[in-house]
Design a protein around this ligand. Structure first.
Ligand SMILES: Cc1cc2nc3c(=O)[nH]c(=O)nc-3n(C[C@H](O)[C@H](O)[C@H](O)COP(=O)(O)OP(=O)(O)OC[C@H]3O[C@@H](n4cnc5c(N)ncnc54)[C@H](O)[C@@H]3O)c2cc1C
Length: 375
């Protein structure tokens, strides 16, 4: 943190209070945020803050992105899948050809396009090498057939990265990333159901279907077939840190809500905060969060230095989300029955937290990645 980032945080907080918080219930009901949120955020300089100015970005750093993600978590905002948009943007930044960057980045920066990435399929999630979506090259076009599920921003996406097999005879080496511009304009693309979830209800999570979807060969990310897995390995640490840092920020927010409650609520003639059980549990959670924040800061610094490795990012993801779920659950308990009522933010935080241990690579897969470095 520094003075500039602190000012930036103030602006982000104001933006969220004005443009997001008042609409959360409406967005939960419709299962997606208003499309205009993306262009408003783009105009306010809150999209792709770490993209170079030559592509329309603010030329900031991952620290700016971290501030926005922390503020979203602080406000209990999960409907706006900005993190996914940023992850997609960085596939283009990190793996795109100079021409692809010029063509795609400005529209992601402005919010004219919303980014989505389709890895998961009905038959496979963790085992990405087993994806069956097939992209067959026919002249200057790839013809794509297959289905994806659980795709965040699937409903609004203007730029979609599809993880597909260009060579089904190969495992990881047969995987490529294809970019589809304005998917809904293509007859071979169909966005299916918006999926009903136990939490994060305002975030669009969709099924996608490709039926002879025609994608120009020049949209192969990086311009070389068979590089998909390599690109994924390069970009997944960013995704994992984004989830881990949001998790610790959300747990911190839960603790603040709990503290405010136990300071006021009385039972047996005293405030809940005066019971030793409450005090000890709060002290333990506060300790864990302090440790968590120090570790996340360390990871953010490594990301800024271009040195965040896959195992460390996996630690941030699994430990951060595990702690988030434990801490939110324990904080909810202090609220008694009110903690189970959706009008209390802690209830929503509880439902929103659960998926964090599942997406972005399950926590079991994170532990596998860490264990591999110990062999
Ligand atoms: C709300 C939401 C949003 C999502 N957004 C996206 C998105 O934008 N894009 C996208 O591509 N995907 C997205 N996903 C999908 C998500 O990444 C997958 O659900 C996740 O990777 C797990 O895949 P799966 O559901 O197929 O479970 P599976 O891979 O079938 O796993 C089932 C269980 O088996 C365990 N398991 C699997 N392999 C191993 C192993 N080797 N060792 C130990 N245990 C193992 C898993 O940990 C898990 O507990 C989203 C999911 C949700 C719920």
């Amino acid at each position: 943190m520094n003075e500039e980032l602190a000012l930036f945080r103030d602006n982000v907080r104001k933006f969220i209070a004005a443009e997001i918080t008042p609409f959360e219930e409406e967005w939960d009901a419709q299962q997606f945020v208003d499309r205009a949120l993306w262009t408003k955020a783009g105009a306010a300089g809150l999209l792709c803050t770490d993209v170079a100015e030559e592509y329309g970005g603010a030329g900031g750093s991952f620290a700016h992105e971290a501030v926005i993600l922390q503020e979203q978590a602080r406000a209990g905002n999960t409907s706006w899948a900005k993190g996914v948009h940023e992850i997609v943007t960085h596939y283009i930044v990190g793996c795109g050809t100079p021409e692809q960057k010029r063509r795609w980045l400005p529209k992601l920066v402005s919010g004219e396009w919303v980014g989505a990435i389709a890895m998961t399929e009905p038959g496979t999630g963790s085992d990405l090498q087993a994806v069956r979506t097939r992209a067959e090259r026919k002249g200057e076009t790839y013809v794509v057939n297959g289905a994806k599920t659980f795709i965040s921003n699937g409903h609004h996406c203007g730029l979609l990265i599809i993880v597909c097999k260009t060579n089904p005879a190969e495992g990881a080496k047969g995987v490529s990333l294809l970019v589809v511009e304005e998917p809904t304009e293509h007859p071979g693309f169909r966005c299916g159901r918006l999926l009903h979830k136990i939490g994060q209800k305002g975030q669009d999570t969709a099924e996608l279907f490709f039926d002879d979807l025609q994608v120009p060969a020049e949209n192969l990310l990086g311009g070389q077939e068979g590089q998909g897995f390599y690109h994924l390995m390069n970009q997944l640490p960013r995704e994992r840190l984004i989830i881990g840092l949001g998790a610790i920020a959300a747990a911190e927010a839960a603790l603040e809500h709990a503290l405010a409650y136990v300071r006021e609520r009385k039972a047996f003639g005293k405030r809940l905060l005066e019971f030793q059980n409450t005090r000890f549990r709060l002290a333990e959670r506060h300790t864990e969060l302090t440790i968590g924040k120090v570790f996340i800061d360390h990871c953010i610094q490594r990301m800024l230095d271009g040195q965040l490795d896959a195992a460390t990012a996996s630690m941030a993801k699994w430990w951060g989300t595990q702690k988030q779920c434990e801490i939110v659950d324990e904080c909810l308990q202090f609220f008694g029955g009110y903690g189970y009522m959706l009008e209390y933010p802690i209830a929503r935080m509880y439902a929103d937290a659960r998926v964090q241990k599942i997406y972005g690579g399950t926590n079991e897969i994170m532990k596998e990645l860490i264990a591999r470095t110990l062999e």
